[in-house]
Write a protein that binds this ligand. Structure first.
Ligand code: D5M
Ligand code: FE
Ligand code: ZN
Length: 558
């Protein structure tokens, strides 16, 4: 039985709004066709059931769990009878002997394809469940356990928050041509330096003078990708001296990786020069990437952060009740360790962001939207640290990097004393670095990449590509607008421990080379536009991150 099977069962059940006893998960994961088994079990459940029990599974499938292989181990043995500890807390016990249930390092509310995509690399299996996370979700609306009846006690002296890579207050760009030259130059230098150790770079203008057949290494920015009439690919790479065409033949495995290229990203190739010196035949292609051995940092104490985004206050579809359930929950004992709240953009719905958007506004004045948002922020316990970045619906420039809000808006949102920083920014919380980026480029990655590599249902996989490219928005001129600055704030210079985005309104998370990528859902129900293009948002979820283990618990508030 593959290790991830129970995790898949948990996800599948969670996507239908069910929590499950560990024994139930174990039984289901041992069936030959767990998808069909889940279907049967779920169909047989009473409407008010929120948690699938072993009895439910046995009842629906027969005592052995239907097609469970006899002798596959005593399902009951590895599970705590009653599994009461899982109740009310979606986390499973990391120390449990049911390793697989506790090692879901990849989660999304909807069922992911079976095979991890080639480009993402394997999702690490943490032996013994040491780095357990669980995508189970609370099936029921979270009860508001008498706000005020529980007194949060936090020691603010233990808090540490540092911000890096924030353009706010440092924007120098005027949009002039020279600014574009300097920002791309900076991108090339910084990402190129990560690749220089891997290939022996030859400047483009010296390659053509080399003898035909010579080995060539080249670090360059992708200037063009086109197919030849024979179905091969020509990737034109640009360095500071010029451009050079590189040929990837269609029969090589490498040809698949050409699909992964975005314009303006920095890659390296190795190959051999054609006899006429006019083109390089590519043998290897490298991305700046995250080292496979990357070891994330963790906090020294048990403390948690809620990672949310896309609140969209001012939209008729803003889910005020869900938000209030969330903030009520923050006041309960269960949330006593949640001391940080990160919001990755789209605080408000904004005005004039998309055509006909005004028809779906509940608050038409932008400032009133922020005033209302500020009211919702006040519901968050006053002792929590809040860090927020803007998104494409917010009242700052659309081009990235986006500076944090201006003084007028800060004034409106001052009640909670949130830290307001730019998009993107890296916030280091008690040693754990979280790269916060709103996520507009995810639309682009999802649009351009094959389905299995990036999709709205698995937004974290699109994030993996950004980590691999070490850039949050490589391609300039499409969905993503770029404000040229003296340096490229969008380069992922240092590997973050956590990468947090939003924007696509889908919840998904997983690990890429040990970096936790998490795209939070939203607090907005489906809009007319989303209906027209079949985007089914994940609304009202709050992923809770344990900063001491980097485990994730998903809580649902709708
Ligand atoms: O984006 C939410 C998601 O929906 C994101 O994937 C973009 C997409 N979206 C939403 N409205 C539109 C329109 N009108 N055109 C194109 N794409 C859209 P958000 O930033 O919250 O609007
Ligand atoms: Fe949004
Ligand atoms: Zn957005």
């Amino acid at each position: 039985m593959p290790q991830e099977a129970p995790a898949r069962v948990v996800r599948e059940l969670a996507s239908r709004g069910y929590n499950a006893e560990r024994e139930a998960v174990t039984l289901l994961s041992r069936t030959d066709d767990s998808g069909a088994a889940i279907e049967r079990v779920v169909d047989a459940l009473d409407a008010d059931v929120l948690k699938v029990t072993r009895e439910d599974v046995e009842g629906a499938l027969g005592d052995t769990g239907g097609s469970a292989r006899p002798g596959a181990g005593d399902a009951g043995g590895s599970a705590r009878p009653g599994a009461g500890g899982v109740d009310g807390d979606a986390r499973t016990d990391a120390g449990s002997d049911d390793a697989a249930t506790a090692t879901a390092t990849d989660g999304t509310p909807s069922s992911p394809p079976e095979d991890p995509s080639v480009s993402t690399g394997p999702i690490p299996e943490d032996a013994g469940g040491a780095s357990a996370s669980d995508s189970s979700m609370e099936g029921a609306p979270v009860e508001t356990k008498g706000v005020g009846s529980f007194e949060r006690t936090v020691d603010e002296a233990l808090r540490e928050v540092e911000i890096a890579g924030d353009v706010t207050g440092h924007s120098t760009g005027t949009g002039a041509y020279e600014d574009f030259v300097s920002v791309f130059r900076d991108r090339y230098d910084r990402l190129g330096s990560k690749l220089r150790g891997r290939v022996n770079h030859r400047p483009t203008d010296s390659i053509e003078d080399m003898v035909g057949g010579s080995d060539v290494g080249l670090v360059g920015m992708v200037n063009d990708v086109r197919s030849t009439k024979n179905g091969h690919w020509i990737v034109e790479l640009e360095d500071t001296n010029g451009v050079f065409p590189c040929l990837v033949t269609k029969d090589r495995d490498l040809a698949d990786r050409v699909d992964e290229l975005l314009f303006d990203e920095v890659v390296a190739i190795e190959g051999s020069l054609s006899d006429d010196g006019g083109i390089v035949f590519v043998d290897s292609l490298y991305f700046p990437d995250v080292p496979r051995t990357y070891k994330p940092s963790t906090a020294d104490r048990h403390v948690q952060a809620a990672l949310v985004s896309d609140v969209h206050v001012g939209s008729q579809e803003f889910l005020a009740d869900a938000w209030t359930r969330f903030t009520d929950w923050l006041h309960t004992e269960e949330a006593e360790h949640v001391e940080y709240l990160l919001i990755a953009g789209d605080m408000v719905e904004g005005v004039g962001v998309y055509p006909n958007q005004d028809e779906e506004l509940s608050i038409v004045d932008l400032y009133e939207q922020y005033e209302r948002f500020s009211e919702y922020l006040k519901q968050v316990p006053g002792d929590m640290e809040i860090v927020m970045i803007p998104g494409n619906h917010d009242a700052v420039r659309l081009a990235e990097p986006q500076p944090g809000f201006d003084d007028d808006l800060r004034e409106i949102m001052s009640a909670h004393d949130a830290r307001i920083v730019g998009n993107p920014s890296t916030v280091t919380i008690e040693g754990v670095s979280v790269l916060m980026y709103h996520g507009v480029s995810l639309d682009e990655v999802i649009a351009e990449f094959p389905e299995e590599q990036a999709s709205y249902d698995e937004p974290h996989k699109a994030m993996y590509h950004l980590l691999k490219k070490r850039h949050v928005a490589p391609q300039y001129g499409g969905h993503t607008r770029l404000a040229p600055e003296d340096q490229d704030y969008l380069v992922i210079d240092d590997v973050p421990d956590v990468f947090h985005t939003g924007h696509v309104h889908k919840l998904g998370y997983g690990k890429y080379h040990n970096v936790l990528a998490i795209n939070s859902g939203c607090w907005q129900a489906q809009t007319d536009f989303q209906k027209s293009v079949n985007i089914d948002p994940d609304s009202g979820y709050a992923p809770i991150l344990d900063l001491d283990t980097l485990d994730v618990t998903i809580r649902k508030f709708t």
